[in-house]
Design a protein around this ligand. Sequence first.
Ligand code: ADP
Ligand code: MG
Length: 757
Amino acid sequence: MPDRPLLDTPFLSQAVKTVVGDRTAKILRSGLDIETVGDLLRHYPRRYAERGELTDLASLELNEHVTVMARVESTSLRSVKPKNGRPNWLLEVVVTDGRGRLRLTFFGQRLKWREDQLYVGRQGLFAGKVTVFNGKRQLAHPEYVLIGDGDDVTADDVTAEGDGDAEAAALAFARALIPVYPATQGLNTWQIAKCVGTVLDILGEVPDPLPSELRARLELVDLAEAWRLIHRPESRADIAAARARLVFEEAFVLQVELARRRAATASLPAAPRVAARGGVLEAFDARLPFELTAGQVDVGLVIAEDLAREHPMHRLLQGEVGSGKTLVALRAMLAVVDAGGQAALLAPTEVLAQQHHRSIGAMLGPLAERGLLGGSDAGTRLALLTGSLGTGARRQAMLDAASGDAGIVIGTHALLEDRVGFFDLGLVVVDEQHRFGVEQRAALTEKGVSPPHVLVMTATPIPRTVAMTVFGDLDVSTLTELPRGRSTITTHVVPAGEKPHYLERAWQRVREEVAAGHQAYVVCPRIGGIGGLEGDEPAAAGGGEPALDDERRPPVAVLELAPLLVAGPLAGLRVEVMHGRMAPEAKDDVMRRFVGGSVDVLVATTVVEVGVDVPNATAMVVMDADRFGVSQLHQLRGRIGRGPAPSVALLVTELLEEQSPARQRLTAVAETLDGFVLSRIDLEARREGDVLGATQAGRRSSLRLLSVLRDEDVIVAARAEATAVVDGDPELAAHPALLAALAAYVDPERADYLEKA
Ligand code: ADP
Ligand code: MG
C-alpha cells in the first residue's frame, strides 16, 4: 500500500486497489460498484449507530443487507440432524431493540463458545441479510462485533467474528457515532469504514467543484472537510454540516449541467414561425365548438411567443389527464403551418397515433383537406405514418411529408426512420413524452433544415422540483384546469377478496351504465393465453401481500375474463377485447367501433392507458388494481369522465389486508383526483435512485444524498446559483473542478423517472 498517492493520476480517480487489498478491491467493485478512491469517499454512511442506542428492528426490510445495534435477549443451543456423520448444532440467538425481536441463527459443529460469547444482555452490531424463516425475520450466520457492558469501550472490549476483523471492529467502535455503510456480501460496514479511514488518513487537498466564493457566502464546508465530517463525525452537527454541503453540491452540479444545456439550445438558430393573419389557425379557432380554457389560452400565447423567436423552443407541457393538451399542440402546429412550415406529432402507440389522426382530422374538417373536393384552400393536409401501413400508403405518407404537401404528419416510431424526410419541419410535438427516450426526440429534431421547435407533453403531473431536476433543460408550462362540462369521477375500492359479492355489484354497475346509453372499460393487468408479454409486468408489485389462493380468484387476464363476462354478468352486452398482441388494424377496428358506440364494453390491457379519448365511456373496472402504480391508475381513470355524464371507477383488489401499503395506495387514488398529489405519493413509494434513473446500466449516479422531494429549497437555490455561474462563464473556464465534476454526474436527460410510472 503506497503511503502517498501516485503522482501521474489524481488521487481521487486512482483505482481503490492502490489503497486497499486486492480481495477487498474486488468486492468493492462487484458488490458496491466502487472503482476509484473518489467513489469510495462518496460511499456515504446510510445512518449512524450510537453506542447504547438500539436500532429499530421494525424498520428492517426483507432481503436487505442490514447492520443493527441490538441486545441479546435469549439463546438456545440444540443438536440437529448430524452432517457427514458428525454432530451438528443449531444456535438460535434472539436479539431485541427493547420492543421488537430478531432471530440470529448459526449452524455448526462447535457452537458452545459462541453461545458463551453471546450471553444475555450483551450488545453489539450484527450484520447480515434479512430473510424469513417460519414467518419470522432472521439473519442467518450474521457477522457481528460485541461491546462490553461498560460505557467506556476500548478495543479490548470488542470481539469480532472472523479472522483479522478485530482491528476493523475496534476502529468501528472508536467513536461515539458509528457510521453504518451500505454493505455487501463479504464486506461488512466496519470493514468498509476501515477502507474509508485508510483513504481519509492520506487525503490531502481535493479539487472542489463548488466555487469558493459561493461556499463562503452560503457557509458551506469544503469538500475534503465534508468527507471527513460525514465519515468520522464527532457529533450530529458534524453530520449536518457535511450533508448540507454535499447535498448542495449534488443539486448545484446537476443544475449547472442543465443550465448549460438551456444555454446551448438558446444559442442555436431556428426559423421563427409566426402565423400569418387569416390563415388556417384563425379558421380553426372560428370552427371550434367550445371555448378554450383560460390555461389553454395562456399557454397558447406563451408558445406563440416561443415560436416567433430565432432560437428553438424546448418546452414541456404538462397537464392533468383530460386537460386538453392535444388542442394546445394542434394550435401550435397550425401556427407553424400558417408560417409555411410543417409539424410532426409523435405518439407512443399505434392506438394513440390513429386516434390523433382521427380526432385531429375531425376537428379540422375541411381544413385538413386542401386540394381535395370540398377541402378548404386555406387549409392543409394530414398524413399518418405508422409501422403497420401497407407499402403503398406508407410511400404516399412519406411523399406527402417530403414534398411539404402534408402540413401535419402524425405517427409512431416509424416517423423516426432515416428515410422519412420533411420539406420544412418547423415543430416537433412529442405526446406522452415519458414513453420516449431522448435519443428518439433527437432523431426527429435532426430532420429539420434548421433545429425545429420542440413541444413535449406529459399527462403525468410532476412536482415542481422534479420537473426542475428531471426536465431542467426544458421550460415548463402546466394546464391545471379541466374544460367545462366535465363530469366528476367517483372512485371506489372493491375489496373482492373479502366480499366477493362486491364484484357482482361492480358488473351490475357496468350494466346500468350501458343501459343508460354509455360505455365501459374493463382493464386487466395481463393478456392471458400463451405468451402474454404486455402488461404481464406488474407496474407496482403488491408482492408478498396476502391474497386468496389462485384457484378461488376470478381471472384477471383479458382473454380469460372476457368470455366469462359474456357468458355471465355481462351477457347480452357487446363486449370486445383489445391488447398489445393484436394486429394494429384489428386494434384500430375495435377502437373505431368503440368510439362509434357499437361496442359497449372494452376489456383491455393498459393499451388504453394513455390518450384514449371516448367521452361516452363512463365506467371503468380495473382488475387487480393493486398491481398498478398510483400514477398509472390515475392515467387509466382519466379515460372516463371525459363527457358530461358522471363517471365511476371501480378498483378491484383481492388483497385482504386493509392496512397493507398496496391497499392504502388504492384508497389514496380513490380519495383524490389531483394528479400532483398522486404523483407525489408515487414518488414517495419509490426509491430516490429510481426517481432520477440512477440505476442506469453502466453508470452509477452521483446523486447520493439529494432528494427531489425533501430538498426542494436546496434545488431552487442551487438552480439560481447555477444559472448565475453559467451566465457569467458559459465555458466554465474559471471553474475547472466544476467542469470535471460535470462529467462524473448522472446524465439527467437519460433519467427515466417517468419510464416506470
Ligand atoms: P389530454 O390533456 O389528456 O391529452 P385531450 O387533449 O385528449 O386531453 O383532451 C380531452 C378532450 O377534451 C378532447 O375530447 C378534447 O377535444 C376536449 N377538449 C379540449 N379542450 C377543450 C375545451 N376547451 N373545452 C371542451 N372540451 C375540450
Ligand atoms: Mg393526450
